[in-house]
Design a protein around this ligand. Structure first.
Ligand SMILES: *[C@@H]1O[C@H](CO)[C@@H](O)[C@H](O)[C@H]1NC(C)=O
Ligand SMILES: *[C@@H]1O[C@H](CO)[C@@H](O)[C@H](O)[C@H]1NC(C)=O
Ligand SMILES: *[C@@H]1O[C@H](CO)[C@@H](O)[C@H](O)[C@H]1NC(C)=O
Ligand SMILES: *[C@@H]1O[C@H](CO)[C@@H](O)[C@H](O)[C@H]1NC(C)=O
Ligand SMILES: *[C@@H]1O[C@H](CO)[C@@H](O)[C@H](O)[C@H]1NC(C)=O
Ligand SMILES: *[C@@H]1O[C@H](CO)[C@@H](O)[C@H](O)[C@H]1NC(C)=O
Length: 459
């Protein structure tokens, strides 16, 4: 625009709005009505001066919050005749802003919930003043939740474990949902407490108790949702069971014996427990370090022997019966005076023992192997022999029997469910083999499937 046209403009405007505030239309301030900010981050309230005439110079810019606490609402940012007066946390969005820059946007360096609301921007120039009132809407998101559990580590089978899921920073009261590793919704059994914190935000704390936790189900997920049901964060947690890495598997016959070694690198342990677990953990013996005394539990009185020092103890169990099948593992304890409780440390040497019943050769692999032995390459013409036919029929029947056993015991895997007031996953199986061995020793009515409408995949 040339000076002439701008002069013309000036004249026309002057003529039209003589009655009103003379200069106001020669400068316009453009802002949106609403801006969005996120708690804890930078926000911009953008306002641009639109000159109608050339050579516009800004004399004063003031940013304030509308309706801020009645009394002469303190300016957030003031520029007047080359003098800048900001309060901490507010500045011009344009770095090193100067009076020739039409972008007078306000930057909030660290947005708080209290910054939510209406703002007023007033600009005074050499050709007039302009004013706008944009607003800032501040939201806050829940942070990724943190999870923990009580007890925290070295958890034994069948212990009740409470898992916590906490999140802070939400804008309004949110929700926490719980899921197990199969995606089953366990929220009904959890308890949630939402609190408003000093900064006007919310914190959520939820706890969920797994009754009789077993190492077959270790992974739980919590999801944090905002008041509108949108997911804002999630985390997964694994219950830390005592590690029972099997080091040995022993196959022994009924009446025979087995030997295992329990050891630890830790010094000065008070004692050692030997446990056996199949569907339930049982204590076999306790070895007291100070007087080198071994105390065996009922059922083991006359058939356990120990040898060596506690940190390298050799244990022999004799006169084995099918009921002795299971995983044997040792735990060392030491009294912790500060906690007034025992520190529990997993020992090395865990052993899986499978006791075969000589009378009833059930496990499929063994039975099949035994019956198939006569098929030797040396048998020139097996079909001529009736003896061989009997063996074939026996083998087929054995395989069929195994298939039926497999279908009856392994197939009916009903879905578990978390019921009100607690959550009880099914106990154990570490392997299909263990599962079958258990069924073999107990009548079918003791199957755990009915008590939990929810099943277990053998892992
Ligand atoms: C004004 O300045 C801010 C900060 O530099 C920038 O983000 C914004 O895009 C600018 N607006 C215009 C219209 O140039
Ligand atoms: C979660 O909150 C509960 C109760 O406020 C607290 O006991 C627990 O330690 C917290 N857990 C984590 C992981 O912050
Ligand atoms: C989980 O369960 C809670 C409480 O029963 C329910 O409000 C929520 O909708 C469920 N969520 C899903 C994804 O099924
Ligand atoms: C779980 O949360 C509820 C509700 O806040 C509380 O009463 C209970 O003590 C908590 N349980 C544990 C183990 O912290
Ligand atoms: C637990 O389960 C979740 C969801 O299924 C998965 O993303 C996560 O990796 C699992 N965590 C562990 C430690 O296995
Ligand atoms: C147990 O330890 C002794 C001595 O260190 C060793 O001779 C023996 O073979 C070990 N037995 C087993 C079952 O590991």
């Amino acid at each position: 625009m040339t000076s002439a046209t701008s002069l013309l403009f000036f004249a026309i405007h002057f003529a039209c709005i003589r009655a009103g505030n003379s200069f106001e239309t020669f400068v316009k301030l453009e802002c949106k009505t609403e801006y969005h900010g996120v708690y804890g981050q930078q926000s911009i309230v953008e306002c641009i001066v639109k000159p109608v005439v050339e050579d516009l110079t800004i004399i004063t810019v003031t940013w304030k919050r509308v309706g801020a606490a009645g009394k002469a609402a303190a300016n957030l940012l003031e520029y007047h005749k080359d003098k800048m007066d900001p309060i901490p946390g507010f500045k011009f969005a344009v770095p090193s802003w100067n009076k020739k820059n039409m972008n007078v946007s306000l930057l909030l360096t660290n947005t708080k919930m209290a910054d939510n609301g209406e703002y007023e921007c007033e600009v005074e120039t050499n050709v007039g003043t302009a004013k706008a009132t944009p607003s800032l809407s501040v939201t806050a998101k829940y942070k990724t939740p943190t999870m923990s559990s009580i007890p925290d580590i070295n958890i034994q089978e069948n212990t009740d474990v409470t898992i916590f899921c906490n999140s802070t920073g939400g804008h309004q009261k949110g929700l926490i949902w719980w899921f197990d590793e199969f995606g089953t919704n366990c929220t009904e059994s959890a308890e949630l407490v939402a609190k408003e914190t000093d900064d006007g935000l919310f914190s959520l704390a939820s706890n969920f108790t797994v009754l009789k936790a077993t190492s077959s189900y270790t992974n739980y997920t919590c999801k944090v949702l905002n008041v509108n049901g949108a997911l804002e964060g999630k985390a997964s947690f694994e219950i830390q069971f005592v590690s029972r890495n099997l080091e040995t598997i022993l196959w022994v016959n009924t009446g025979a014996q087995f030997t295992m070694n329990c050891s630890t690198t830790l010094k000065d342990q008070d004692g050692m427990y030997l446990y056996v677990g199949l569907d339930r953990d049982r204590e076999v013996l306790y070895y007291h370090q100070r007087d080198s005394k071994m105390t065996s539990r009922k059922g083991y009185w006359d058939r356990v022997k120990t040898d060596g020092p506690v940190d390298q103890l050799t244990i022999t169990i004799s006169k084995l019966t099918i009921e002795d099948t299971g995983v044997y593992w040792c735990v060392y304890t030491k009294f912790n005076e500060a906690r007034f409780d025992n520190d529990i440390n997993q020992g090395r040497g865990s052993t899986q023992v499978v006791v075969n019943d000589n009378a009833l050769q059930l496990p499929c692999p063994t039975a099949t192997a035994v019956t198939l032995t006569p098929f030797h390459p040396a048998d020139e013409n097996p079909f001529l022999s009736g003896w061989v036919n009997i063996i074939i029929i026996t083998s087929i029947l054995t395989i069929l029997l195994c298939a039926v056993i497999f279908l009856i015991w392994v197939a009916p895997q009903v879905k578990r469910c978390c019921n009100q007031g607690g959550y009880t996953p099914q106990v154990f199986p570490d392997s299909i083999y263990v599962d079958m061995a258990r069924n073999h020793t107990s009548p079918p009515e003791t199957q755990l499937v009915e008590s939990y409408p929810y099943s277990v995949s053998t892992k």
